[in-house]
Design a protein around this ligand. Structure first.
Ligand SMILES: NC(=O)c1ccc[n+]([C@@H]2O[C@H](COP(=O)([O-])OP(=O)(O)OC[C@H]3O[C@@H](n4cnc5c(N)ncnc54)[C@H](O)[C@@H]3O)[C@@H](O)[C@H]2O)c1
Length: 282
């Protein structure tokens, strides 16, 4: 089955990456966010990414305007009325996502799969907000989406085998591999990663080491490409805080309590790369 027209909801860090990767692999995309201002910024970001990509690799050079021509930027959810597949990337807050799923379920064709690009929220919980829990699946893309080739796919309690197969076809059309796991808040990746990042923030908070020293230990001693605090800045410190809060609430386990420094940085608007400052300056 050819999956041609895709709804991408949320045009932040992840939605922009997903929309770009889909347009570059020949899909028609409807990219939805809540304001024209955000959509204008996302359009410019995709244009800049494609120009940058063209500068560094002649083989991967593409005409930015041609790729952008594949994407309809809109605030109108009714444009999801004829999409084959949806990738949802709105903020990691259950009250926001829940409303998005109720609305999307009402508008999308009944056969369309709804894929949640969530960091930590249970896919079973997301499916429960719709009348098609068998067609709801977790699709945890890695950031930056156009550069990362493997996706964590999560099977919710009611997700059907057919939906898993459709998700695999969809990802292979994007040139991506996947690893399928069962549902649990945070799945595999973020149950481990969010704890690691939160603990690294505690080390800064307790003045055990600086962000640079912590990251250097992971890179020089463990051979990681990035340290936990560089990773946190790339993801967005607001998204990290909301994810740790989801884990804390979901498991009722104090090991997931967010570090006070993380909360303070988010309150101060230090959200990492996307705001220009986090543990490092950009
Ligand atoms: N940042 C990462 O590295 C990363 C990786 C994998 C998954 N995720 C997950 O992807 C999702 C998005 O994260 P992000 O980093 O792109 O966040 P972000 O804050 O950069 O973007 C979220 C976007 O959602 C939009 N939004 C809010 N309410 C909306 C609504 N009702 N309808 C449409 N759009 C709405 C916001 O305007 C914003 O543009 C989250 O669930 C996050 O946990 C993030």
């Amino acid at each position: 089955m050819e999956i041609q027209k895709i709804g991408v909801i949320g045009a932040g860090v992840m939605g922009v990456g997903v929309a770009q990767a889909l347009a570059q692999t020949g899909h028609q995309v409807v990219l939805i966010d809540i304001s024209d201002e955000v959509l204008g910024r996302s359009e410019q970001e995709i244009r800049n990414n494609l120009r940058f990509q063209g500068l560094f690799s002649k083989e991967r050079a593409e005409d930015p305007e041609k790729v952008l021509g594949q994407i309809a930027f809109t605030t109108d959810y009714q444009m999801l009325g004829d999409v084959d597949f949806v990738v949802e990337n709105v903020v990691e807050k259950w009250d926001v996502k829940k409303e998005v799923y109720i609305q999307t379920d009402r508008i999308c064709p009944p056969q369309s799969v709804l894929a949640a690009n969530t960091s930590c929220i249970s896919i079973t919980r997301i499916g429960s907000a719709t009348n098609r829990p068998d067609k709801v699946i977790g699709m945890h893309f890695m950031n930056p989406v156009p550069m990362k080739n493997t996706t964590e796919v999560i099977r919710g309690h009611h997700t059907s085998d057919e939906t898993v197969e459709t998700a695999k076809t969809f990802l292979s059309q994007m040139g991506k591999e996947c690893i399928v796991v069962n549902d649990s808040p945070g799945f595999v990746s973020n149950r481990v990663l969010m704890l690691t990042i939160n603990e690294a923030v505690f080390l800064v908070h307790e003045q055990v080491a600086s962000p640079r020293e912590i990251d250097d230990i992971f890179k020089s001693c463990f051979g990681h490409k990035m340290g936990p605090l560089e990773t946190a800045d790339l993801i967005g410190l607001d998204t990290i805080l909301y994810s740790v809060e989801v884990l804390h609430e979901s498991f009722s386990d104090s090991k997931y309590r967010p570090c006070p420094l993380l909360r303070r940085m988010v309150d101060a608007g230090l959200h990492g790369r996307k705001s220009g400052e986090g543990f490092y300056q950009y």
